[in-house]
Design a protein around this ligand. Structure first.
Ligand SMILES: [Zn+2]
Length: 409
């Protein structure tokens, strides 16, 4: 960068109303990918970045710029010249006065998603557009902020097949409910079938070794022991079925350590997993009922007192659809248990944490777990947040179908 101050400033007079003297103070030469930031006494920032093809004249109009209280607007002068101006929020009256005196008119405010999306939706714009993502959060808000970009996998993340140097991923946070979504264009085919088991556990023997290791952990070091104790206790208290064994189906059972514990706690257990090795492991090693199926398409799964999703829904692009299907396999008066990564707590320690690994499309907040439940048709009985012995930040919730008032006899 090279700054050449103009001493004294070059002055020129302009203006349609009272003459206005402008002082041209400096020239700044930027190399490609250099940026300067113009600041106001009030603390607002306005960045200009040099690219090899030209300039980024503004930061994101409906993001960073707006967050700093600067509202972009396209203005037409009385002789048909066009300008993009940045108006201080709160300075609109002074701006209106200025436009009137200068005989300029507002063509279009460029500071809100609705107007900008309308511009983008014009046929000539959308035909040239590439892949777009739905920018709506499950809470209905349409303002996401980029909070982290990955250019290589964080330490400890499972390696999926991809071409070298092609890792690109972006995490957004909803400005309203603080829900996180991870967006990437890398192929996720086979994440949860054989390759996932291969990548995570090696093979069936690896699965067994992993299972033995977790089941062998002392209770105070085991996430699973705490989960089994809490879920069994709460669900038994809620279900009030002292006689016999209440039934539970665990969706996405994986290693099946949860049902191993629930079986010991007296539950009648069914494991459901799309991977045949995981289902066989549940049946043969853990000794529970096992169904190999995709929960989204499986029919006639039966009904259960308790349906559990242990760190499953964050792996899906549409967790609402999966949770909504649960109503079909819930016994009358039944209960649903949902366990999800806690993005709010994890983000405070950084985006290298496992809660934000690539296989999680969604990372939740206390508000968004409630939205997920409501939109899937459930009532929230209880939400808890905890840090598990493994150091995972976790949200857990107990849900039920809304109780409809029957006719009074
Ligand atoms: Zn949201």
């Amino acid at each position: 960068m090279k700054i050449t101050e103009q001493r004294p400033p070059r002055q020129f007079v302009t203006g349609r109303g009272e003459p206005i003297t402008i002082s041209d103070c400096a020239r700044i030469l930027l190399e490609p990918d250099e940026q300067i930031t113009l600041v106001t006494a009030g603390g607002a920032e306005y960045d200009i970045a040099r690219k090899e093809w030209g300039f980024y004249a503004t930061p994101s109009l409906n993001g960073r710029l707006l967050n700093f209280g600067l509202r972009a607007v396209l203005v037409r002068s009385y002789v048909g010249k066009y300008y993009v101006m940045l108006v201080d929020r709160g300075g609109e009256d002074r701006f209106e006065d200025y436009l009137r005196v200068e005989q300029n008119t507002v063509v279009q405010w460029l500071d809100n998603d609705r107007d900008l999306e309308q511009l983008a939706a014009r046929p000539e714009a959308s035909s040239a557009a590439g892949a777009t993502h739905d920018v709506h959060c499950m809470c209905g808000a349409d303002r996401f902020t980029t909070v982290h970009m990955y250019f290589e996998p964080p330490a400890g993340e499972v390696q999926f097949a991809r071409s070298a140097g092609s890792y690109r991923r972006e995490v957004f946070r909803c400005a309203l409910c603080r829900h996180y979504v991870s967006i990437h264009a890398m192929s996720d085919a086979g994440f949860y079938e054989g390759e996932y088991v291969d990548a995570t556990y090696g093979n069936a023997a690896g699965l067994r070794a992993h299972f033995d290791r977790i089941v062998g952990l002392p209770a105070e070091r085991s996430d699973n022991a705490g989960r089994v104790r809490r879920v069994s206790e709460f669900a038994r208290g809620y279900l009030k079925r002292p006689d016999g064994s209440p039934s539970v189906i665990d969706v996405g059972s994986g290693l099946c350590v949860f049902l191993h514990g629930m079986k010991q706690a007296g539950w009648n257990c069914t494991a459901l997993d799309p991977d045949e090795r995981a289902a066989a492991h549940a049946r043969e090693v853990v000794g529970v009922n096992a169904i190999r199926a995709d929960f989204m398409t499986a029919a006639d799964l039966g009904t259960y007192d308790l349906v559990t999703f242990n760190k499953v829904l964050e792996h899906l692009k549409d967790p609402i659809a999966m949770l909504a299907r649960t109503a079909g396999c819930l016994a009358p008066g039944g209960l649903v248990y949902v366990e999800l990564p806690d993005g709010e707590a994890a983000a405070a320690e950084g985006f290298g944490r496992e809660e934000f690994f690539v296989e999680h499309y969604h990372v939740f907040s206390a508000a968004s777990i409630a939205t997920l439940a409501a939109r899937a048709g459930f009532e929230v009985l209880l939400v808890e947040r905890l840090r598990e012995p493994s150091t995972k930040f976790t949200l857990r919730a107990f849900l039920r179908l809304p109780i409809t008032e029957g006719p009074t006899p």
